[in-house]
Design a protein around this ligand. Structure first.
Ligand SMILES: [Zn+2]
Length: 261
């Protein structure tokens, strides 16, 4: 599912639950936020009842606050419900009101961009450090339908790496770590080279998992510093078995064990 598909799905979920501006709804829509701001600014409106004013000022205690360090002025805030005094934020005892129309952008920023797809509890805790009014259920739905998290879960189920028992102090191992769920620009894999005896590890990023790229990394980043291993192993090395590696191994002084290496 694309990011736009995810937004559409999430907003469909929110529309039925939160895009509502009645006094009784727990969440605040953009339209309702405008009404609240008008009440706080003392602007008379024909659609504002006394009970609504009472709810804004006395029941909920909405406030318009300034946060000069964040260059924010007259932001609609509420007293924080989930506040831990050891966990002080620039918002002090208040939090910015999260309007229902902004739920997706807030969650996207906190869950995906800032925190690398953490679970919904951590996502929600992080949201609550800044915002008030974003329901737990919305954070849960956002995270459970996030396509990157789904991909990550599928990958975690496939047990990609198999440990290999070392058979001598000259044994080295090369494996690939699949990072497609969290690529860094065009880099989607990490090559992991390990010396079984000294436990020395060498890691480098890969754009794809082609044998040419892996072999080039070994030739340029590993062998010049550590020498050639007598035995090189891999996790049943399906990914590595191909003609380019064989070409490099033709000049190999040691023996090749475990699959076709
Ligand atoms: Zn995610």
């Amino acid at each position: 599912m694309s990011k736009e598909g995810h937004r559409e799905l999430f907003e469909k979920f929110c529309r039925t639950k939160y895009f509502d501006h009645t006094t009784t709804s727990k969440t605040v829509s953009e339209e309702k936020a405008k009404k609240i701001i008008d009440v706080l600014n003392g602007i008379e409106r024909s659609d504002v009842s006394n009970s609504f004013k009472f709810w804004v000022i006395k029941t909920k205690k909405f406030a318009l606050l300034n946060y000069p360090e964040l260059k924010l002025e007259n932001v609609l805030c509420l007293p924080a419900k989930q506040r831990n005094d050891n966990d002080k934020t620039v918002f002090g005892h208040h939090r910015i009101v999260a309007t229902a129309e902004k739920f997706y952008d807030i969650l996207e920023r906190v869950h995906s961009t800032k925190n690398g797809h953490v679970g919904y509890k951590k996502t929600l805790a992080e949201v609550q450090r800044m915002y008030e009014g974003l329901p737990r259920e919305a954070a849960q739905y956002f995270c459970s339908t996030c396509h990157i998290c789904q991909l990550k879960q599928q990958q975690n189920c496939t047990a990609p790496l198999k440990p290999i028992i070392s058979s001598g102090f000259l044994t080295r191992q090369i494996d690939l770590i699949d990072m497609r769920h969290m690529p860094d620009d065009s880099y989607c894999y990490i090559a992991h080279y390990m010396d079984h005896w000294s436990k020395f590890h060498v890691l480098w990023p890969l754009i794809n998992k082609s044998a040419i790229e892996v072999a080039s990394g070994l030739v340029h980043k590993v062998f010049p510093y550590f020498g050639l291993p007598k035995i090189l192993q891999s996790d049943n090395g399906r990914e590595f078995v191909n003609e380019v590696i064989r070409e490099i191994l033709k000049s190999w002084p040691g023996e090749v064990t475990n699959n076709q290496w």
